[in-house]
Design a protein around this ligand. Structure first.
Ligand code: DMJ
Length: 650
């Protein structure tokens, strides 16, 4: 009998012969490939990760390309059976879970659907207390571009379009700039790249080293793994509508973030602006009480630092013992102006949402000391001794050691709904003195704000001081008086100078500090000031100036920066700073700073967003770019209800 064989020829074999040939072939196959099935089960996490990376590189199709299973295949008995796609995926997830500490994060890393409820520790929906459930829907700030958020990865904003500060040209500007959406989405993609690599290589640690693909932690985090990038970057994910990533971060905070039972020596300032500030913003956005509790928990750990004769806090505090101290290098045991002067927004808001006046009292005490103390020529030196209440060295700066104190004066007034007049007065007095004594114009017309040391201008400006372009402009836009025009002129001038410091470098990224002399303008001259560590201040000013003026150049400058960051700072595994911005091919520094996610990418994203996204008359940004609501102007202020007097409560 003849049958049609597989290639259409007539076959001359009888069935007994066919069986024999089949048996011989099967034996040969087993001898050749059987070893694969005998490999040890326990590959080890690193190996699994390598396999996963290989799959990831090759694309989703190559991930376990199993043929359909025969009905009789021994699926449940043979753990090495390569056709069992689900089983192998679960195995990889389990091993990745060791790396991520999170089964769901591991599942997401291999692109798998959410784990069955039984495998999740506590699904967010179930554990969310009613307060969150009630607010979660209404609290999303304007979200982004649902069209491009294709895998269910978007949030639905319900915020009404509201034009800020009487400016009504945004929509026209949006139409005029056809590419604006692509630019915004590019920044969003940068955020995804930064976050996913942090998640892959440093999840739960403070920061990522993109070159060596391992975690990094600076001393400001007290040598403990506090998930700084998660807490700092989470509100940016939220604003960008990256819901899946946001939920992973929220879940980690709920399950892992605690300062209890650790003995970390934390920077009061850094912990406040990044961790307390980050939690407060998330609370404002979502109403999720988790964030309020965490913010209070962190702030409580900082409180022992305020136990000084003057109430001016120390710089460092131990989370276990409460022992606090100052840096040895800071002018004879002094506290630092930019540190103890940058607590007001967070502590005042914390009092309002918890109903506990203690936090506000602490920062009011600092305010009173600074208000009453005599200021040399109206200026604030960078150092103050917390025991004696006397100034240390006479160094003044709108950059390192001084910067955000001035920022918080204006912003405390804004945050209060412009009722904290004391803060606005102190801001105006300080900025007028600075304009008089420290702001200068170079021979070629560049406006800069110089450091002042013992009455001598250094003609040097820190990158950190580049935020002040936006600060001067915001001061001008929020109060009309005899100084308004000057403030705005200086704000624009400083922003322009910071842009010059960028475009005078071959990388188009600005140095850590730059000088003005006969030899050069807006250029770093010393090797130790030529680096760029992904700082945000220049982009912060572009953003504020854009919102206030709608001058297209600020968006153009922001886009130049995006291209430069992509060209020089992006690596396959995240973003790095540069060691020397004046080299054509600069060396990278192998640190993805948490403020890159918190600030740099947020400001760039907002620069290319509509004004109705976090309007400046409803939100005020803390110095780490965590937006806080403005009292009386923003429904998300979420002030704690005032308890009824005992007699009325029944
Ligand atoms: C941030 O942590 C904050 O902006 C702070 O005020 C000073 N600088 C860094 C980023 O450069």
């Amino acid at each position: 009998m003849y049958r049609i064989g597989p290639i259409g020829r007539k076959s001359n074999f009888h069935s007994r012969e066919k069986c024999l040939i089949g048996l011989v072939l099967a034996t040969l196959c087993f001898l050749c490939f059987g070893g694969i099935f005998l490999l040890p089960d326990n590959f080890g996490s690193e190996r699994v990760l390598r396999v996963y990376k290989h799959f990831q590189k090759a694309g989703p199709e190559i991930f376990i390309p199993a043929p359909p299973l025969a009905a009789h295949a021994p699926r449940d008995e043979d753990p090495h059976f390569m056709g069992d796609r689900q089983r192998l995926q679960q195995k990889i997830i389990a091993e990745l879970g060791d790396i991520f500490d999170e089964p769901q994060a591991a599942a997401d890393a291999v692109g798998q659907a959410p784990l069955p409820a039984a495998q999740q520790e506590q699904p967010m929906e179930q554990e969310a207390p009613p307060e969150m459930a009630a607010h979660h829907r209404v609290s999303m700030p304007a979200s982004d571009d649902t069209t491009l958020n294709n895998n269910n990865n978007h949030l639905h904003g319900e915020q009404q379009l509201k034009l800020p500060m009487g400016m009504g040209r945004e929509l026209a500007a949006e139409h005029a700039d056809a590419g604006i959406k692509e630019k915004r989405l590019k920044v969003k993609e940068m955020m995804e790249h930064a976050w996913h690599n942090y998640k892959l290589y440093a999840w739960g640690k403070n920061e990522l080293r993109p070159l060596s693909q391992r975690p990094h932690s600076g001393s400001i985090f007290g040598s403990y793994d506090l998930g700084a990038t998660i807490v700092d970057g989470l509100d940016t994910l939220y604003i960008m509508g990256l819901e899946k990533e946001y939920k992973e971060g929220r879940d980690w905070i709920e399950r892992r973030f605690s300062l209890d039972n650790i003995s970390a020596e934390l920077s009061v300032f850094e912990t406040n602006i990044r961790f307390v500030g980050g939690m407060l913003t998330l609370y404002a956005f979502t109403g999720d009480p988790l964030y309020k509790e965490k913010a209070q928990h962190i702030a409580d750990k900082l409180l022992p630092a305020f136990q000084t004769p003057t109430g001016i806090p120390y710089a460092l505090v131990n989370t276990k013992t409460g022992m606090a101290k100052n840096y040895g290098w800071a002018s004879g045991g002094s506290s630092i102006l930019s540190e103890f002067g940058t607590l007001h927004l967070e502590f005042a808001y914390l009092s309002d949402i918890t109903g506990n006046p203690l936090y506000r009292e602490r920062v009011q005490t600092i305010r009173q000391v600074l208000k009453e103390i005599e200021k040399p020529k109206g200026l604030y030196p960078n150092f103050l001794n917390p025991k004696t209440g006397k100034w240390g060295q006479q160094h003044m700066s709108l950059g390192a050691l001084g910067d955000s104190y001035y920022e918080y004066l204006l912003k405390a007034w804004l945050q209060s709904g412009q009722t904290d007049e004391e803060a606005r007065e102190m801001y105006d007095e300080a900025m007028l003195a600075i304009m008089d004594k420290m702001v200068r114009t170079s021979p070629n017309g560049l406006t800069y704000v110089s450091d002042l040391k013992f009455d001598r201008l250094e003609h040097k400006m820190d990158h950190l001081a580049c935020f002040s372009g936006g600060l001067f402009a915001l001061g001008a836009a929020t109060r009309q008086n005899q100084h308004t025009d000057k403030y705005m002129e200086v704000g624009k001038g400083i922003t322009n100078t910071c842009h010059e410091s960028y475009i005078r470098a071959p990388t188009q990224l600005g140095p850590e500090a730059f000088r003005f002399s006969d030899a050069a303008e807006a250029r770093a001259l010393r090797s130790q000031e030529k680096y760029y560590i992904l700082r945000p201040e220049t982009f912060e000013s572009y953003f504020v100036l854009w919102r206030l003026t709608h001058d297209q150049k600020y968006r153009d400058w922001g886009w130049e920066a995006v291209l430069a960051l992509e060209k020089h700072c992006r690596t396959p595994h995240g973003y790095c700073g540069l060691r020397n911005v004046y080299q054509q091919e600069p060396q990278k520094d192998d640190v993805q700073q948490s403020f890159f996610l918190a600030e740099t990418l947020k400001y760039l994203y907002l620069l290319f967003s509509d004004d109705s996204v976090l309007p400046l008359d409803e939100w005020v940004f803390n110095t780490e770019a965590h937006p806080l609501p403005i009292k009386g102007a923003n429904i998300y202020y979420r002030k704690a209800p005032v308890p009824l007097p005992a007699s009325n409560a029944s």
